[in-house]
Structure formats: structure tokens, C-alpha cells
Design a binder for this molecule. Structure first.
Ligand SMILES: Cc1cc2nc3c(=O)[nH]c(=O)nc-3n(C[C@H](O)[C@H](O)[C@H](O)COP(=O)(O)OP(=O)(O)OC[C@H]3O[C@@H](n4cnc5c(N)ncnc54)[C@H](O)[C@@H]3O)c2cc1C
Length: 399
């Protein structure tokens, strides 16, 4: 039986896995590379209804929901302001809870607080550099020279995972999705949308999305197409003022509030390329496994990265609880999770392509989107993404 677990990475999957393993009777310790918790404001994300439902299994949903605000719907528009259609960001859970928008740093914070309040130990400043099996366990080595041992090692170390490469040295690198992304928070700009709904604009040159928080602050993001992958450091080398100037130019001809929102934002988030990992061939090896972004990176377009990471954590806890060996548990985990996450990643990649459409593709997209949306509003793909409930009491070998 598995008794102790080394959890590498204390982002979203890490504390969720720690709580799930603890619920399964396993003693976890989280090792996080950063010396402190997530600082600053940073990006915001959709915690979809399926992610909230998975947190509910751990009785950890309430603080996450309280830190965000409900955003169940999306209105899609073209750059001319034409309404292309509506979509949803999730289902309503039985008590009426819908998907929420939350700052990633706040989600990190509440999950950490929740895990710590349950006695989970978190060691900061521990960057994993190596790991190996020792026969009946696994040994982790950190950049500061310290070591830790446990029965299993769970890689929750995100899109640039070290554990992924330790498990399989031939693991593919993340793929560039032909989009750059940034965002920010603006006050004092009047937008004609109610709190609770995203407006997303397929602009002439770039994609823009925003939602208004209950206190009137507008949270926005921009997706800027760029065909070739930027060289390392290239995007970061461009100053924030220069990016602001470029963004203002990109959205200058579009209807909607992109320009005043960008102007009113004190500090835009650093621009960064979007990467995905649609298919990682090897998820586990012996006593080590990757979950969350370390195993699969959907594009932010899916609105599912965090939610899938939390689902992974809960299902992994059940597998380790129910299967006699780590190897059997990890195989069962992969069988339960791979088809779902890869289906969602494929679906999001299709939407990404329409964000990066050229002039001809754009005309086709704007003409077709209303029809596609009306067909998909209740589609199997959406239902499969959001209508996912984990029954903690159901033994995994019969799942
Ligand atoms: C711009 C943007 C927008 C997004 N929007 C959404 C959205 O709307 N909805 C959504 O669900 N998801 C969204 N995502 C994705 C979401 O943030 C991720 O899917 C989610 O954070 C994955 O959680 P994770 O715990 O697997 O990885 P992370 O949150 O990246 O956490 C990994 C942790 O591991 C630590 N770490 C890394 N290497 C090591 C090491 N060697 N040793 C120890 N610790 C290490 C890191 O410091 C970090 O704390 C977005 C992402 C981005 C970038």
C-alpha cells in the first residue's frame, strides 16, 4: 500500500493532490520551487463548474468560489461589434453554482490555506532537480542539495515539468500555439455588459475578452496571433510601454472597449507565448507520475487547465486508495483521465485556430460562427467537458 507521497509543485494540482491523497489515507508533503507562495496579481482564469465540483469532493470548493465571481456565460462578437452568438463556460451544479472567474494567485492561495489547515506540510524553496527509484520507494533531490524519500512521487510541476523529463527523457516539449497572450485590470471604464458574462471579440487583428467583476473592475485579456514561435526572451525583451502601444494599434479599428480598457490599465501583464501539450506519450514510470499541466497542457482558450488539474488530483487519490500498487494505480489513473483531457485539448485547439485566422479565414469564421455556436450550445462536446462528476465512494477498479 502507498503510505507517503512526495508532491512536486505547489500550484493548483499540488495542493489539490495533497488533499485528495490525505483523504485517501496517504501522508503527502508538497515541495515547491518558489521561496514563497504565488505573489502579485497575475493572470485570472475560469474555474469551470466541473473544477468546482471536483473541489467539492475534497470539501475545498467554498474558499475558491468565495475568492472569485460567477461567470457562466460568454457573448461572442466580431470586430465590427456584430453579435455572433452565445456560449457557456460550464453547467449549473445542483445547488445552482456556476463557473467562476478567479485570479490564479488567489486560487493558489486558498488551496494552500486549505491544505495547510488540514496539516499538509509545504516546503518552499525546494526545486526538484533529480529523482530515482530506490526499490521500495523513491528519492527526490532538490537544487539546494537536500533530499526527500517517499513511496511515490507525484509531478505537479506544471507546463515546464522536470518530473515529466525524469519519467521519460524523450517527452515532447510544449508546442507553440501561434498566439501571444497578456491581460490586465482596469477601473473607471464603462462597459455595456453585466457582471457574470464574458464578452469575447474576434477582432480584425487580434482576439480580446473581458468580464466585469462585481466591484466594477474590468478584467481583460488579449490573444495576439503570431505565426512563428518567438525566440526565448524575445517577447519579454519588449518593454511594457511598447506592448501597450502595439495593442492599442491592433485594436484601433475594432468596435468594443479594448482601447479604453488598455489605456486605463495601470500595468499590463507580461506578454507571453501560449504553449500546449496535446499528447504526452508517457504519464508514469514505476513510482512516479505526472498530473495537471505536467501531463497535459490545454490552451487557456479551453478554460479548463485548472479544472482538469483538480479532477486529476481527485481521481489519482482514488486510484492510490483502491489499487494494490503504485504502478497499477497510475495505469488506472491514465486510463481514466487520458481520453477526457485529450478530447478537451483538441476541442480548444480548434477554437485557437479561429483566433489566429488570417483575413480570408476571418470572413469565413464570422459567417459560420453563429451557426456553429447554435449547433454546439448543447453539444456533446460541451456536455462532456462540463458534465463530469467524480463519485469518491465508487471503487476505482470497477470504474
Ligand atoms: C494566461 C493563462 C490563462 C489561463 N487561463 C485559464 C483558464 O481560464 N482556466 C483554466 O482552467 N486554466 C487556465 N490556465 C491554465 C492554468 O493556469 C493551468 O492549467 C493550471 O495552473 C495548472 O496547474 P498545475 O498545478 O498543473 O501547474 P501550475 O499552476 O503551473 O503549478 C506548477 C507549480 O510547480 C512549481 N514547480 C515547477 N517546477 C518545479 C520543480 N522543479 N520543483 C518544484 N516545484 C516546481 C511551480 O513553481 C508552480 O508553483 C491559464 C494559463 C495561462 C498561462
Amino acid at each position: 500500500m502507498t503510505r507517503t507521497a512526495l508532491i512536486i509543485g505547489g500550484g493548483i494540482a499540488g495542493p489539490a493532490a495533497a488533499m485528495a491523497l490525505q483523504k485517501a489515507g496517504i501522508d503527502p508533503v508538497i515541495y515547491e520551487a518558489h521561496p514563497t507562495g504565488a505573489d502579485g496579481v497575475g493572470v485570472f482564469l475560469t474555474l469551470a463548474s466541473n473544477g468546482i465540483d471536483a473541489l467539492r469532493v475534497l470539501d475545498a470548493d467554498k474558499p475558491a468560489v468565495a475568492a472569485g465571481f460567477p461567470t457562466p456565460g460568454i457573448t461572442l462578437r466580431s470586430g465590427t461589434g456584430k453579435r455572433l452568438g452565445e456560449s457557456r463556460t460550464g453547467q449549473s451544479l445542483p445547488d445552482g453554482t456556476t463557473s467562476h472567474t478567479i485570479k490564479r494567485a488567489d486560487l493558489y492561495r486558498v488551496l494552500h490555506e486549505e491544505a495547510s489547515s488540514r496539516g499538509v506540510r509545504v516546503e518552499h524553496g525546494k526545486r526538484l532537480v533529480e529523482a530515482e527509484e530506490t526499490g521500495d520507494g523513491v528519492r527526490a533531490v532538490f537544487a539546494d542539495g537536500s533530499e526527500a524519500v517517499g513511496d511515490v512521487l507525484i509531478g505537479c510541476d506544471g507546463a515546464r515539468s522536470t518530473v515529466r523529463r525524469i519519467i521519460d527523457s524523450a517527452a515532447p516539449a510544449p508546442t507553440y500555439a501561434r498566439l501571444l497572450t497578456t491581460g490586465g485590470y482596469a477601473r473607471g471604464v464603462r462597459v455595456d455588459t453585466d457582471p457574470g458574462s464574458y464578452e469575447m471579440i474576434f477582432g480584425r487583428r487580434a482576439f480580446f475578452g473581458y468580464a466585469m467583476a462585481p466591484d466594477g473592475e474590468v478584467w481583460w485579456f488579449a490573444n495576439v496571433p503570431r505565426r512563428d514561435e518567438p525566440a526565448r526572451g524575445e517577447v519579454e525583451a519588449i518593454s511594457a510601454d511598447e506592448w501597450r502601444r502595439r495593442l492599442l494599434q491592433l485594436y484601433a479599428e475594432d468596435a468594443g472597449p479594448a482601447v479604453p480598457l488598455i489605456q486605463a490599465t495601470p500595468e499590463t501583464m507580461p506578454m507571453s507565448p501560449i504553449h500546449t501539450i496535446p499528447h504526452l506519450p508517457v504519464w508514469h514510470n514505476g513510482r512516479m507520475v505526472v498530473i495537471g499541466d505536467a501531463a497535459h497542457v490545454p490552451s487557456p482558450t479551453s478554460g479548463q487547465g485548472a479544472s482538469l488539474s483538480i479532477e486529476d488530483a481527485v481521481v489519482l487519490g482514488m486510484c492510490l486508495r483502491d489499487l494494490p500498487s503504485p504502478q497499477a494505480a497510475f495505469a488506472r489513473f491514465e486510463a481514466a483521465r487520458r481520453p477526457r483531457v485529450e478530447r478537451i485539448i483538441k476541442w480548444a485547439a480548434r477554437i485557437n485556430n479561429s483566433k489566429a485566422a488570417g483575413p480570408v479565414g476571418r470572413v469565413v469564421r464570422d459567417a459560420m460562427l453563429p451557426m456553429i455556436l447554435s449547433m454546439t450550445a448543447d453539444s456533446k462536446a460541451l456536455k462532456q467537458a462540463y458534465d463530469y462528476h467524480i463519485d469518491w465512494d465508487r471503487p476505482q477498479w470497477t470504474a
